[in-house]
Design a protein around this ligand. Sequence first.
Ligand SMILES: Nc1ncnc2c1ncn2[C@@H]1O[C@H](COP(=O)(O)OP(=O)(O)OP(=O)(O)O)[C@@H](O)[C@H]1O
Ligand SMILES: [Mg+2]
Length: 218
Amino acid sequence: MKTVVVTSRKGGVGKTTVAVNLALTAFDGGARVMLADIDPQRSATDSLKARTRPGPALIETTAGKLFQLHMAAGREGFDLLVIDTPSTPEAEVALAMNLADLCLLISRPNFLDVASVVRSSEAVRRLGRTGLVVLNQAPPSRKGIEPPSVLRAIEALRFGGLPLATVGLRSRAVYQSAIAHGVSAAEWDPNSTAAREMAGLWRDIQRRLGIGLAAERA
Ligand SMILES: Nc1ncnc2c1ncn2[C@@H]1O[C@H](COP(=O)(O)OP(=O)(O)OP(=O)(O)O)[C@@H](O)[C@H]1O
Ligand SMILES: [Mg+2]
């Protein structure tokens, strides 16, 4: 089993959006997926409870119970554990990160988010984990040219030393509609650009984890 922990010390950057979409994308690809929601806001839970079709196993829990949950999920044959975290407290997020095969650091392309991710990159390294930065809520590119905010963010993120996902997520209405119904962007609209970019991000993550989860299950 692989464990992906979705984090950011900033609120509202898209942790839950990414966690729910990745869990659903992996599930729709045939993987056995558990989503653990350790954020007392319970946003991932609110989203998945709106779901009307089969989906990932959803566990509302706390950071302190994650170690046991991680062991149990491995024993029970899950392929993927996705953990959606709150922005704070740092010590609780660290408990989740300690279990991670991959820590996703979510950032919008703005100065303060990026500065925060650069600091968090140090924490990932200190914990000896593997990290990946995902740019979310980026404005659209125009004729293939990235907006200056995205170019500045990409440049500044280099100071954190963690790799940037090959696919960034743009600000798109599909993500907001989909999450309100407990479905992935692809389930909401399979032909949407959001569906394509989320599939691209999942492929990148699978490659970094060294897995093909759907194939593993077959
Ligand atoms: N790529 C995107 N395009 C459009 N809207 C987005 C995108 N990502 C997130 N959002 C919206 O931004 C808001 C915050 O997203 P989300 O709840 O996923 O962030 P979060 O980091 O989990 O927040 P919190 O820190 O409160 O847990 C939500 O309304 C969500 O629908
Ligand atoms: Mg959240």
